[in-house]
Design a protein around this ligand. Sequence first.
Ligand code: 5GP
Length: 204
Amino acid sequence: MKERGLLIVLSGPSGVGKGTVRKEIFSQNNTKFEYSISVTTRKPREGEVDGMDYFFRSREEFEEMIKNSRLLEWAEYVGNYYGTPIDYVEKTLSEGKDVFLEIEVQGAFQVRNAFPEGLFIFLAPPSLSELKNRIVTRGTESVELIENRMKVAKEEIELMDAYDYVVENDHVEKACERINAIVVAEHCRRDRVAVRYKKMLEAE
Ligand code: 5GP
């Protein structure tokens, strides 16, 4: 039996640049991950292609998929449904390939429950580390603005707890490098490798 691939989940707060980072990863021709195309009820944007960017479906079709348990996770985000078809994920992992999901945080929580062995990467906004500088230069910003930023930052930091790794999206290329490095390291993790060696010995 082939060793199962790794389920890689890239998530993080809205507006952090998950889509941009994902596109950059998949534009590199040495990418070894398989992208799981999501289903959505939102309308295609200019240049988006059905079956490539998303599977664009009606709300009725989406709800049918939920009912028939065909989604690994799903969420309603800004008035539209988004979800991950489970069949593709299962099939690709069982072929020994790594599957990459780029999803918002509610969906990532559901995947964490269903696939605790997955690799969960939180893409963090650079503003989190800039925050301290901003606070130091307090004079330049209103108290209200700073308090609001602190609140958002606190929520974002709390979200991180459910993830294995945090990658700051300061530069897209650097963020992609870190993600690729994390995946390489994850494949070398003792608990993952040990299973492979034990199976090898059992087969002797
Ligand atoms: P957009 O409409 O800009 O393409 O995506 C909006 C948000 O939906 C982004 O945060 C993106 O990561 C998230 N998203 C895309 N596909 C899925 C999915 O299958 N499941 C979940 N939960 N979120 C998704």
